[in-house]
Design a protein around this ligand. Structure first.
Ligand code: MN
Ligand code: MN
Length: 462
């Protein structure tokens, strides 16, 4: 009976039972490179900047519109410093389609308001407006760093990063002491900490002399000394507070990685590394997308709903006399985004048979969405089969999954926007514990398998 069971049943194994020492060494090396990237990429702008540095070291060049393209050329386009598109030109014409992998490099965070700075009770604060889906109570009493840019009237862009260097100061949002929290703790978790309560403490020492707002003045003069900015410049700034935690190995066995922004820089890095390691001349043109604004609906010029993608692809198509719509029709896209890992601390939200498990490999979601599959592009059975074959041929360990129990909640990715372009698209990514928290957890094994998954799609002989 065991024989026939083996033949007829679908069984999954823990990924560690499926790989040998060679793969484990590769997994560790890959994880170390990813951890270093994540540690330095605290915002979408930094993620793009760092990706360009890595890509240029691997021979990628900024594409000049109208310049000729030949198979093997490695190019990129920087979309306003917040999103990035890279391509390796394939042997076949773009009219036969491209192989696309798209991830996002924005992550939930605490943005400063445009008029952020104020003093109250002789303490200075920044007002904030959170970005993306956060559980607000998680963002108080943790060390924060300040990152971003200030665009000056004269066109100059001032980069700001405070808190990353060991001798930099850091920031914090305070919380109420338990001794006086009788009213607070009886509120719901959604109400215990409010959006307008997320004010960042930035100083307490007054400017010497007499008068009002001396702490605010002292803080502003420090910013002026260091960055040459005045209060009005905040109006045209994009400043954000992000968790100050270093990326660290987690667990006695060091099998996990803890850090801020795994969603979705973990898939962004998998795509990037796959771009760097793929065959010199792929069969179809391979495209890597690092998008912005996914966490707030993929809107705007740097989000995946933007025509910036059409613009880039059309430029490439023009060089080959290919039509963009034929290219899209024949393309295949992996929407590389994280999914939920089953958490034994919260089994009640999951349906175990269909939830991703840590160390079971890259998670494939045929569909995302909420309730009756609302708001999903739902990849076709044929597309899933196509991936099954590629993964089987390349020893990619993977699992099929969906986000929690039916009617428990839901979510979406850039997949729907790619599919709306008439591109066959499927979601694939790394399962995460504590998604959207200031410190998220992923498994090294799943990170490595996501990289292998994208690499095998790029290298496929179409
Ligand atoms: Mn995501
Ligand atoms: Mn997300």
């Amino acid at each position: 009976m065991d024989e026939i069971k083996k033949e007829l049943f679908y069984e999954q194994k823990n990924g560690y039972d499926l790989i040998g020492t060679d793969e484990r060494i590769k997994m560790e090396n890959y994880s170390a490179a990813y951890m270093s990237y994540l540690n330095d990429a605290r915002t979408e702008r930094e993620a793009v900047k760092l990706a360009i540095e890595l890509a240029e070291a691997k021979g990628f060049k900024e594409y000049k519109v109208g310049s000729e393209l030949k198979p093997g050329d490695r190019i990129y386009r920087n979309n306003r410093g917040k999103a990035l598109m890279l391509a390796v030109i394939g042997e076949k014409c773009l009219c036969e389609g491209a192989v696309i992998a798209g991830a996002h490099v924005d992550a939930p965070r605490i943005d400063l308001k445009q008029k952020p700075l104020y003093e109250t009770d002789e303490l200075a604060y920044f007002k904030t407006h959170y970005y993306g889906g956060i559980k607000k109570y998680q963002w108080v009493t943790i060390p924060l760093e300040l990152h971003g840019v200030v665009a000056l009237k004269n066109g100059e862009l001032v980069d700001i990063a405070i808190g990353r260097d060991a001798d930099d100061p850091q920031f914090v949002i305070t919380d109420l002491l338990p001794h006086l929290a009788k009213d607070q703790v009886s509120k719901t978790m959604a109400e215990g900490i409010t959006g307008e309560g997320l004010n960042i403490l930035i100083g307490s020492a007054p400017y010497a002399g007499e008068g009002s707002d001396r702490v605010k003045l002292a803080v502003m003069s420090i910013l002026n000394d260091r960055y040459g900015i005045c209060e009005e410049d905040f109006l045209s700034a994009e400043l954000t507070a992000v968790p100050a935690f270093d990326v660290r190995e987690i667990g006695l066995d060091r099998s996990l990685i803890g850090g801020y922004g795994h969603d979705d820089r973990v898939c962004a890095f998998a795509e990037l590394q796959a771009m760097f390691d793929m065959d010199e001349v792929p069969s179809k043109t391979c495209v890597c997308l690092l998008a912005d604004k996914e966490e707030i609906g993929s809107m705007g010029v740097s989000g995946m709903q933007s025509q910036a993608f059409e613009c880039f692809m059309e430029d490439l198509c023009e060089q080959q006399g290919a039509s963009l719509r034929r290219c899209f029709e024949n393309s295949f896209c992996i929407s590389a985004d994280v999914n939920n890992a089953f958490d034994p601390n919260f089994p009640e939200v999951s349906e175990k048979r269909n939830e991703a498990k840590l160390n079971y490999g890259v998670g494939i979601c045929k569909f995302t969405g909420a309730r009756g599959k609302s708001g999903t592009s739902d990849a076709s059975a044929e597309v899933v089969a196509h991936l099954r074959r590629i993964f089987a041929d390349n020893s990619v360990v993977w699992q099929m999954c969906e986000l929690g129990k039916v009617d428990q909640g839901g979510g979406g990715t850039i997949a729907q926007y790619m599919a709306n372009r008439n591109i066959d698209t499927i979601d694939a990514g790394v399962p995460v514990l504590s998604m959207h928290a200031p410190f998220e957890v992923v498994s090294k094994f799943d990170c490595y398998m996501t990289y292998k998954a994208v690499l095998s799609a790029y290298n496929e002989k179409y």
